[in-house]
Write a protein that binds this ligand. Structure first.
Ligand SMILES: Cc1ncc(C[n+]2csc(CCOP(=O)(O)OP(=O)(O)O)c2C)c(N)n1
Ligand SMILES: [Mg+2]
Length: 557
């Protein structure tokens, strides 16, 4: 009797299924079609996009939204190089995804086969693990190994190339190693050093003006409840950044945003959770020199990098915050109430900053003040709207004003600052969470990098509300050119056409509108919501107005 056989592509699909991956994002090529055939058998959805960059960003987005690893599958050579940006973005954003790339047949190794490139060498510096699958029997085994590596320390991407003959060959089923779901990797959550947690509890007991920054890892670790319990029980004002935004809802007494610089200057204890001292944090230089600084991170390499700290704890944000709250309870007593004055002080700074800006947010100016656009978006978001920002200056405006109403409802590229993530993130978010509304704010420059995948949103019936802050420019860069070289030399390499993206949406089968009157922003957003289609509301904003965040960028000084 002949034994049952299985091909490499089907083994890939079995390994993805074991990991709980429900969808792959892909652009086809002859090198990878056997994986599609395997996905048919395993019930894994195949979403085919218009550019491999989008496939990789979507896998990154899927990981962020679901907490499971995302997967993109691309062909050899240009398919893989097109996906490099998506992998790089996931690397800097600590997002666990697997990119599988095709490769020429092993039997033609280095003979000059079609689309042959040294993919593993190219991917090694931007992944946690990059390897060639050497034999069909080991396909599922190495896929599971790649997933294991994604969760070492702070998560990140892995890359596998599978040569065409390895993928297409069939081997006897009993010769293939097929790791079983739930039996090939362990949780990598770390508790943190108990002694360090005691020391943090002590610092909290003595602090009069503590504050905490809840960074992206608070969401990565799904530490929302622990973080909320921590700030409430210890009465600590909280700031949020990256995916940590929305941990506390706007209006929560411990939710602060506009007074961060003041707090970092005045506090006596600053706790940084799950975000590095990178450019977004002024490399840690803007913290009070007399404050005690504590850093909690999944990655030991991030703790103490770029500035000295008083205490570092490596591990899972949720476990550490919960253990610290427990260790501190009963130790603080009067301290917690005494902090009321500190919270009131910050709230006053916060209110003043808000009131100063409010007239701009309500501006009736034409062309539209970008502040008005982001204000309208903020008012429009519900607790079930996932907000995505993809652009330059316009997204910098939104960072100040837009507040997600729920945890995990904010997506930005992360520290790679990659333009073009928006459509892919919207795709992944809507596909993974059909119950959610998805709104993406694009710059017109950012949109045009990957905008053709609006068609994929239509083809897969993934309704979302796209908003373009259209200034016919790459304005964030233009600002720097004007500042450095003068207005008369500022319009070089940054000017875009006046594109009616609302018409583009209609052309591809979606809903679209042009908005020039600020009073029309809200009604247009409502109509996009009602349309039930992928939509683009093209809002013409004033190109002469720049965000303060853009103007303060140190690279222009
Ligand atoms: C892939 C990529 N290319 C280039 C840049 C550099 N860059 C940063 S902001 C910006 C301008 C973006 O223009 P747009 O999306 O229209 O936003 P605006 O600044 O005009 O609001 C550019 C080109 C980048 N961050 N990512
Ligand atoms: Mg622009």
């Amino acid at each position: 009797m002949m034994s049952e056989t299985i091909s490499g592509g089907h083994l890939v699909a079995k390994a993805l299924k074991a990991e709980g991956v429900e969808v792959i994002y892909t652009l086809c090529g002859g090198h990878i079609i056997d994986i599609y055939d395997g996905c048919v058998d395993e019930g894994i959805e195949v979403i085919d996009v218009r550019h491999e960059q989008v496939a990789a960003h979507a896998a990154d987005g899927y990981a962020r939204i679901t907490g499971k690893p995302g997967c993109a599958v691309v062909t050899a050579g240009p398919g893989t190089t097109d996906a490099v940006t998506g992998v790089a973005n996931a690397f800097r954003a600590e997002s666990p995804m697997l990119l599988i790339g095709g490769q020429g047949a092993l039997s033609q190794h280095k003979m000059g086969s079609l689309q042959d490139l040294p993919h593993v060498d190219m991917m090694t510096p931007i992944t946690k693990f990059a390897a060639t699958v050497p034999s069909t029997e080991r396909v599922a085994d190495i896929v599971s190994m790649a997933f294991r590596e994604c969760y070492h320390g702070a998560p990140g991407p892995s890359f596998l190339e599978i040569p065409r003959d390895v993928l297409d060959a069939k081997v006897p089923l009993e010769k293939a190693r097929i790791p079983a779901a739930g039996h090939y990797r362990a949780s990598t959550r770390q508790q943190g050093d108990p002694e360090a947690i005691e020391r943090l509890a002590d610092l909290l007991a003595h602090a009069e003006k503590p504050c905490i920054l809840l960074g992206s890892q608070v969401w990565t670790c799904r530490a929302t409840d622990a973080a909320i319990d921590f700030v409430r029980s210890l009465n600590v004002p909280a700031y949020m950044n990256g995916s940590g935004r929305g941990t506390l809802a706007p209006g929560d007494p411990h939710h602060f945003q506009l007074s961060r610089r003041y707090a970092f200057t005045e506090a006596d204890l600053i706790i940084i959770v799950g975000t590095p001292f990178d450019f977004r944090m002024g490399y840690g230089k803007r913290l009070s020199p007399t404050a005690k600084v504590v850093q909690i991170d999944l990655d030991y390499r991030t703790v103490g990098k770029n500035r000295d700290i008083d205490l570092g704890i490596v591990g899972d944000a949720g476990l550490i915050l919960a253990a610290t709250a427990q260790a501190a309870s009963g130790r603080i007593e009067n301290g917690v109430a005494r902090r009321k004055e500190w919270l009131d002080e910050l709230r006053a700074v916060e209110t003043q900053a808000y009131e100063k800006r409010l007239p701009r947010q309500l501006s009736g100016a034409q062309p539209i003040d970008p502040y008005r656009l982001v204000h309208e978006i903020n008012e429009f978001l519900t607790e079930d709207t996932i907000y995505i920002g993809d652009g330059g200056d316009i997204v910098t405006f939104s960072g100040q004003v837009v507040q997600p109403k729920s945890p995990g409802h904010w997506m930005d590229p992360g520290p790679l600052g990659t333009l073009g993530v928006g459509m892919a993130f919207a795709m992944a978010a809507k596909q993974a969470r059909r119950d959610k509304e998805v709104l993406c704010l694009f710059g017109d420059g950012a949109f045009s990098l990957t905008g053709w995948d609006f068609e994929t949103m239509v083809r897969f019936d993934l309704p979302f509300i796209g908003v373009i802050g259209n200034n016919s420019s790459m304005n964030q860069i233009r600002y720097g050119q004007a500042a450095k070289y003068g207005e008369d030399r500022a319009r070089v390499g940054n000017t875009l056409g006046d594109i009616r993206y609302g018409e583009f949406a209609k052309l591809l089968g979606g809903y679209g509108e042009e908005v020039r009157d600020p009073a029309e922003i809200r009604p247009a957003l409502e109509r996009a919501r009602q349309s039930g289609k992928p939509s683009l509301i093209n809002v013409w904003v004033d190109p002469e107005v720049y965000a303060p965040g853009t103007m303060n960028q140190t690279m222009y000084k």
